[in-house]
Design a binder for this molecule. Structure first.
Ligand SMILES: *[C@@H]1O[C@H](CO)[C@@H](O)[C@H](O)[C@H]1NC(C)=O
Length: 338
């Protein structure tokens, strides 16, 4: 009886959350498997972190089907290029397309996915005339059940939120500018420090503690910027589905918010076209879907993560396109600037 109970417990707690975020054995196994379209490695971003630290960053609350945003369909299909990368298309005029952010140890990915996408969309819509850096801080702190009940009833700051809500919040309340941690030129820069990895230090700055959600302040930290007039607004938020439809939306209007199921192998993604091959499910993550292409016959989506530049392909990644890999085509949200 006791033996049976032990077996039971062992199965239920098979995933040791205090194990390192990336295990070298898993990296080796993935890299020696046949037919894998991506390479694994010990990404510096997760040095010194455990699986629990990773889990804290995966802050997406899935949207129930009945609450989905209205669908946008492109009635008139355009002929699409085989490859689309906004960094190549707009990189000179819109430097934000190449800019990477760091959510730190907070489950604010849902706010970062929207902030990065909105930033690029404003620049693309104005053909580079305007490139304000949109604040993830404003979204994560104010688009919350306690502050904006109509748009953000399922959002809990660092404890996660729905990917569609920042877009509705942008429409009804507007979002101010906000750069990286330490920035002083924008209204509400991010106040949670990035994941720094001091080799001699005790542990990375984004490990171990539960970050408190920043306070919703309706002022700018830089007093020469006016909070109200710093806001930009979006049109009514919508969802996009269907591979062709999503591709057309990217080409015509720019990046979108997407979510995906994260497994242990995703932390070790170093390059190539990701497909889940190993490890346990850890949680749902939000990212900015920016483009698409084909690599050696494998169609992919191109995405920007909020794990700085020491993860993946310099902070970006590619994932299999057309098979709803890890749910990447399952919920996509966006809007256009007003
Ligand atoms: C405040 O923002 C303005 C406009 O971006 C900038 O010119 C100024 O240098 C900033 N002030 C400080 C103290 O950084």
């Amino acid at each position: 009886m006791r033996a049976l109970l032990l077996v039971f417990c062992a199965a239920a707690f098979a995933l040791d959350l205090y194990a390192p975020a990336i295990q070298p054995e898993m990296v080796e196994q993935i890299n020696s498997m046949n037919g894998v379209t991506w390479q694994a490695g010990m990404n510096g971003h997760f040095e010194g972190l455990n699986l629990k630290d990773v889990q804290r960053m995966l802050g997406v609350h899935p949207t129930p089907a009945s609450e989905r945003l209205p669908e946008k369909h492109h009635m008139k299909a355009i002929s699409l290029p085989d490859e689309f990368d906004p960094r190549k298309e707009y990189g000179d005029r819109c430097p934000s397309t190449k800019m990477l952010r760091d959510q730190g140890g907070c489950g604010s990915c849902w706010a970062f996915a929207a902030a990065a996408s909105i930033t690029d969309r404003i620049c693309i819509a104005t053909k580079g005339a305007m490139n304000p850096i949109i604040s993830a801080e404003d979204i994560v702190s104010c688009c919350s059940i306690t502050h904006a009940p109509l748009e953000c009833t399922s959002d809990k700051g660092c404890n996660g939120g729905q990917i569609k809500d920042p877009w509705s919040y942008w429409h009804s309340k507007g979002v101010v500018t906000g750069g990286l941690y330490g920035d002083t030129q924008t209204c509400q820069p991010y106040t949670i420090p990035p994941c720094e990895h001091h080799v001699d230090g005790p542990r990375p700055s984004c490990a171990g503690e539960d970050y408190k959600t920043p306070q919703c302040l309706r002022t700018c930290s830089n007093s020469s910027i006016d909070y109200k007039s710093d806001k930009t607004f979006g049109d009514k938020a919508y969802s996009v589905s269907g591979v062709q439809n999503i591709m057309q939306e990217l080409v015509q209007h720019g990046p979108l918010s997407a979510s995906l199921s994260v497994y242990e192998d995703f932390e070790a993604y170093k390059g190539g076209v990701y497909q889940h091959v190993k490890g346990s499910f850890l949680g749902l993550h939000a990212v900015s879907l920016i483009g698409y292409g084909v690599d050696n016959g494998t169609p992919y989506w191109l995405l920007k993560n909020s794990w700085n530049n020491d993860w993946g392909e310099g902070g970006f990644f590619r994932i299999l396109r057309g098979k709803n890999e890890c749910g990447i085509e399952g919920e996509i949200a966006g809007s256009v600037p007003m």
